[in-house]
Design a protein around this ligand. Structure first.
Ligand code: BEZ
Ligand code: FE
Length: 289
């Protein structure tokens, strides 16, 4: 194959990898090449523009240092993460919707007793979060493990903020025999995803803001059921309709009900006023869907 031109280059590249032994790799990379070439043709990509694109991808790679994963931010802000998540998690009716994991989960959060607080250092309005974990038939799942994480009132995860103690606002809780879970925390706030790198520059050049609506992350796991990776969003947040990473689903929005009664607060080992969030999770799998 020589003298290739703009019309036959795509077929030539595909033919060159026709013998690749892994059929899935052939399929995925083949589609990528076809779509990349189609994209370049559609926009009539110039050498200067492609050089700029390569510079952007190079900068994105260089920004991946330590905990900072700029490629995840890129995938999230381009809507690719939530697309891949949606295709991998086509839930049966009634099962709780999934959402993006994001780059701030940590393994090994402390396992705490029901009702304990994840806020070892708290900023903001105290909150109590409680609910049940159910199967799609509505039966409680005992012993399910909820892995929970969120930002502090300053909008920063503990890993982004040297002033927060290790594992602040992270914890794991097991459901009781009735499938119930309960923990104390602070009400989450809306916050910007890291925007001091190449992805932030890209957002600015597209006239997009970097904010996510207030949310708490959950991974809910139970033997025999599909593990659920999701987030619960705070009702009324101004960014619900324009989440920088497209993660919001209406079924994942719930209100922190303001409680001013000191007796109720005392029962929850908190103070007034506090926000009460009640949210049930329904897991698929387990033979019921
Ligand atoms: C998060 O919610 O933690 C998050 C998700 C995607 C990108 C950045 C942050
Ligand atoms: Fe988050």
């Amino acid at each position: 194959m020589r003298d290739l031109d703009e019309h036959d280059i795509t077929d030539a590249v595909l033919a060159r990898m026709a013998g690749a032994p892994d059929p899935r790799l052939r399929e995925v990379l083949g589609a990528l090449i076809r779509h990349l070439h189609a994209f370049a043709r559609e926009v009539e990509l110039t050498p200067a523009e492609w050089e700029r694109g390569i510079r952007f991808l190079t900068d994105t790679g260089h920004a991946c240092v330590g905990d900072r994963q700029e490629f995840i931010l890129l995938s999230d802000t381009l809507g690719l993460s939530i697309l891949v998540d949606a295709m991998a998690n086509r839930k049966p009716t009634g099962a709780t919707a999934s959402s993006v994991l994001g780059p701030f989960h940590r393994d090994g959060a402390p396992e705490l007793a029901a009702g304990e607080t994840i806020a070892r250092q708290a900023q903001g309005t105290p909150a109590v979060v409680r609910g049940r974990v159910l199967d799609t038939a509505g039966q409680p799942i005992a012993g399910a493990l909820l892995d929970v994480w969120q930002t502090n009132g300053n909008g920063l995860y503990e890993t982004q903020d040297p002033d927060q103690p290790d594992m602040n606002l992270r914890g794991r809780f097991r459901t009781d025999a009735e499938g119930r879970y309960r923990f104390r925390t602070v009400e989450p706030v809306s916050y910007p995803i890291p925007h001091d790198g190449p992805v932030g520059s890209l957002l600015r050049s597209l006239d997009r803001h970097p904010f996510r609506p207030a949310h708490i992350h959950f991974i809910v796991a139970a033997d025999g059921f599909d593990t659920l990776v999701t987030q619960v969003f705070s009702a009324g947040d101004p960014y619900l309709g324009s989440d920088a990473v497209f993660g919001v689903k209406d079924s994942l929005v719930a209100a922190f009900r303001r409680i001013d009664d000191p007796e109720i607060a005392a029962r929850h080992r908190t103070s007034v006023p506090f926000g009460l969030l009640e949210y049930d999770f329904t897991l698929s799998g387990g033979g019921s869907g």
